[in-house]
Design a protein around this ligand. Structure first.
Ligand code: ADP
Ligand code: MG
Length: 696
């Protein structure tokens, strides 16, 4: 029997392979770039390119691709072969440093939010040596950043890399000031937990809504949903477990540290969590994970749904972004240690996060906004659209004692005693879980839980990194000239926690009381993408990114336009799909059923006037009424979609889609679903929720 774990990293040009295949000096230079962000010269790149190519060709590759993350929300790739004519009608396989470093995909078909109109269509991809190259489908994949001819950022990776640099710089200054002179680099780490649905391909193929939009636009709830919670952590079905084994094997070959897998709350829903890595690699790996999930599902006759809300009435899918900061000396800066009350360094970094999350709560909300995630946030399953922080009993008590200047009494958990002799006792975690908080402290990291399942995690992470960097910069300038550093530190921590304690909330985030309370505290509550996105370009936010050199004001405006435009386009596709389903499938199906009912009534009456036609007539009446309403609502939606052509401003258009088109879609859906419940299943054109959710 083969052990797939032994193939870990097989398809990655990783450290070990670099060490084996590169001359010592080249390896050293490359490592400096990877670990310390030092720039790399062309002569080194030439040697690396050749070694990479040799390795790739030995492993069956004929092509290479610059792999990048444009604003479409998915990754992009353009494949070039290694071949080069050698003059006598034959070819050799070649790959230069220049080709490794720079690619030139045509930028004109990628969203640029207006940047393209004023500048050239030319775009460049640039090798990102900090994320290792890998092989997929006989192609060498090179992770790259993407920008326009004139240098405007057109992707999600570049701001992330910049924000990591920025945070490192600011954190190092603070740590050096605190006496940690051996720290020269600080890295943000991320472990993203990924939720997904797995359904049968045959069912999927019968649903235009799933095919075009990734979610069901109609569908009456099955008699059973998730109320028994019998799926969560339940034993994994063979077909799913085969898929998961295959998925792990594929991911391991690509160097992705896939670690945990289990069934989630909703039927057919599952989760995969990797072991954390640097934010940059975690982002690339999460993108890869989502792609490999989809491809692996196909091999098993399944479809992997990454939409945030594929099914109404059962939980949607999210992503938990576990985030922390650690030093080149191996210290996790968010680890409270044994005595957090004495650990001023920890308290300072904690304060930076608290201040950042409070001052830029709008940005954290904005970064998780999407048409799909709008179905989750604020619904009774996911964190609300209000951003707050959970610190747990222990840290909560510490923060309170600091603010009030009182002694701190540890709430630290002791040992867990099961009361069964045979079971070993163990140390409990310091805090229980608060599953309802959008931003929770979990021991030595923060878990940002409001992300939608399909989101590229580069965005939330570059925002987090930048806002924390900004706070650290402020802290440094307040502390750097202090005569008594200890006293200055304590005063600063106390001031910051006092000023920003409104963002800390340890209660139930799903309750109505919290919505009221949050409003009193002045926290923002943006319910949908258009409402949230409007604030992305607020002056405070533009200042944050401009001052820190992450993205420019022009780039932010471009991003703003892109997000709004994509939102409207998505809703338009959903509305058109609904209209098609309503007109071509649902209405005709109900008409056919109504006809058969009517025919039965008259047939029965022809046989004998004493035969009861009560059942048929009752159904006939109910469905005829509903059908009338349904057809009228379809017309209304049709007209509303046509009206959308009249708006040219992206924000107004997005709001129109949200407030008018989307509302009509909801109404049409509810009429359709109520007809589904009364229509003989032989007539209903689509597989039901029950068949889909319990079909694997
Ligand atoms: P849960 O959230 O269910 O309690 P875990 O505690 O196992 O799960 O962790 C969830 C994720 O957090 C994993 O991907 C793990 O690798 C990641 N994680 C753990 N430590 C860190 C860290 N220092 N930085 C970033 N992510 C981390
Ligand atoms: Mg978690």
């Amino acid at each position: 029997m083969t052990n797939t774990a032994l193939d870990f990293g097989m398809n990655v040009f990783n450290e070990k392979k670099m060490q084996e295949r590169l001359p010592k000096a080249t390896y050293k230079a490359l490592k400096k770039t990877i670990e310390n962000g030092e720039s790399l010269d062309l002569s080194v790149a030439n040697v690396v390119a050749n070694a990479m190519k040799d390795w790739a060709v030995e492993n069956g590759c004929t092509h290479y691709t610059h792999w990048f993350q444009p604003m479409t929300g998915i990754t992009a790739e353009k494949h070039d072969s290694f071949i080069s004519p050698n003059g006598d009608g034959e070819i050799i396989m070649e790959f230069s440093g220049k080709e490794l470093i720079k690619g030139e995909p045509d930028a004109s078909s990628f969203p640029s939010g207006g940047i393209r109109a004023t500048f050239e269509a030319r775009g460049y991809t640039t090798w990102d040596p900090t994320s290792p190259a890998f092989i997929r489908d006989k192609t060498l994949y090179i992770p790259t950043a993407f920008c326009s001819y004139t240098g405007e950022v057109l992707d999600k990776k570049t701001p992330l890399l910049r924000s990591m640099e920025k945070l490192s710089g600011e954190a190092v200054k603070v740590l050096n000031l605190l006496g940690k002179k051996d720290v020269y680099r600080v890295t943000t780490t991320v472990g993203p937990e990924q939720e997904y649905f797995l359904i049968d391909k045959e069912m999927y193929d019968k649903r235009p809504d799933l095919i075009y939009t990734g979610r069901t636009l109609f569908g009456a709830m099955a008699p059973k949903g998730q109320e028994l919670a019998d799926h969560y952590f339940g034993s994994i079905k063979t077909r799913v477990s085969d898929f998961m084994h295959d998925l792990d094997a594929e991911l391991w070959k690509l160097g992705v540290l896939a670690k945990t897998k289990h069934n989630e709350v909703a039927p057919s829903q599952h989760e995969l969590a990797p072991i954390f890595s640097t934010s940059n690699i975690a982002t690339d790996h999460n993108e890869l994970t989502m792609e490999v999930m989809k491809k692996t599902a196909e091999k098993h006759g399944l479809v992997c749904l990454l939409h945030e809300k594929p099914f109404a009435g059962v939980n949607g899918s999210g992503k938990h972004n576990n985030w922390s900061i650690s030093t080149n000396t191996g210290e996790n800066l968010l680890n409270p240690g044994k005595k957090p009350e004495e650990n001023l360094q920890f308290q300072l970094f904690l304060s930076a996060v608290v201040k950042a999350v409070d001052e830029y709560q709008d940005l954290l909300r904005i970064t998780v906004a999407s048409a799909g995630n709008d179905h989750r946030l604020g619904a009774n399953e996911a964190p609300p659209a209000i951003i707050s922080m959970y610190l747990g009993d222990d840290l909560g008590a510490l923060v309170e004692s600091i603010i009030e200047g009182k002694d701190y009494k540890s709430h630290k958990a002791d040992r867990m005693q099961t009361g069964v002799e045979a079971l070993p006792d163990f140390k409990k975690d310091n805090s229980d879980r608060n599953r309802t908080s959008p931003f929770a402290f979990t021991g030595n990291k923060f878990e940002f839980r409001a992300l939608g399942s399909s989101l590229n995690i580069a965005c939330p992470n570059y925002m987090l990194n930048t806002m924390v960097a900004e706070e650290l910069k402020g802290f440094y300038s307040e502390l750097k000239d202090a005569d008594d550093l200890d006293a200055a530190l304590k005063a600063l921590i106390r001031k910051v926690l006092t000023e920003h304690k409104r963002i800390i909330f340890n209660g139930d985030n799903y309750s109505d009381e919290w919505v009221e309370e949050a409003e009193k505290r002045g926290l923002c509550n943006y319910k949908s993408l258009p409402e949230a996105m409007e604030h992305y370009i607020d002056k405070k936010n533009v200042d944050l990114f401009e001052k820190n050199g992450i993205v420019t004001e022009a780039e932010m405006h471009a991003r703003y336009e892109i997000e709004l435009e994509q939102y409207s386009k998505l809703l338009n596709i959903e509305a058109l799909t609904m209209l098609q389903m309503a007109k071509k499938d649902i209405a005709p199906a109900v008409m056919a059923f109504v006809k058969s009912l009517a025919e039965t009534v008259s047939l029965k009456k022809g046989v004998s006037s004493s035969l009861s036609t009560f059942a048929e007539e009752q159904l006939l009446e109910s469905l005829s009424d509903k059908l009338e309403e349904f057809v009228k609502k379809t017309d209304e939606l049709d007209n509303a979609v046509k009206m959308a052509g009249g708006y040219s401003d992206n924000l107004t258009l997005a709001k129109y889609y949200r407030n008018t088109v989307f509302e009509l879609m909801q109404e049409l859906r509810s009429l359709g679903d109520s007809m589904e419940k009364e229509t003989y299943s032989e007539y209903w054109p689509y597989p039901s929720y029950g068949e889909i959710l319990f079909g694997v």
